[in-house]
Design a protein around this ligand. Sequence first.
Ligand code: HPA
Length: 276
Amino acid sequence: MDNLMEKLQEAASYIASKIGEEPVQIGMVLGSGLGELADVIQDPVYIPYKDIPHFPVSTVSGHKSRLVVGNLEGKRVLCMQGRFHYYEGYGMDQVVFPIQTMHILKIKNLLLTNAAGCVNESWKPGDLMLISDHIKLIADNPLRGMNQDALGERFFDMSTAYDKTLRQIAKKCGKDLGLDLKEGIYQLFTGPSFETPAEVRFARLCGADAVGMSTVPEAIVASHMRMKVLGISCLTNMAAGILEQPLDHREVLETGEKAKESFSALVRSITKVWPL
Ligand code: HPA
């Protein structure tokens, strides 16, 4: 993308003009099932993606396409209600543009959530999983191309991409809520086709506990910009080939719907104690 910094500045300036001076403390990407969390944000300012200079527009049904900025559990948050997926046809640079915009807005903390297929056979649909690490075996990378030194270094560490302290805090919150929170590795597949059973066996062999179509590009640029990231997956279905029945997107939506209360409760309690 040409003039990336200029585009980011324009997007950030537009958002800043709508939300006022008070700094935003946590950026949140609300995946399928969690979008309604944005509806409980206090004193919300809604900013449709289509109004923000250079933002792509989401094409997935079930995703709203706007930022919601306001207060959640005593923190000032900026939520993406709906994200951009690689499978929609966007370049990875477009997928991560909003996250880079958050950095220009001086947001240093990022919560990434998603729906994912469960590869770990001892877990079950509806479980929530803290992402401890990820695997990206697809060739593309959102930072391919000229490095923007103003955002981060050309070569950078990914060994602490998912912040350990935040995961510990999340575990404590989960325990206090009586949730049996899992922790594991998320492997990116591009979609939109679900994985084949052989690909799921391969993912398990790789060490993956979950497979999904998002989050990894965002986590990569967040690391580049040294943001602190917490990732949580809602395991909406057993990944392909584990059970007899074929995969169905309706199952993903239905399980997401059932899990959304505990997912929201977890996110709210983490937000409350999120260290700044
Ligand atoms: N695979 C990939 N992405 C997903 C899945 C899955 O099984 N379920 C929800 N998102």
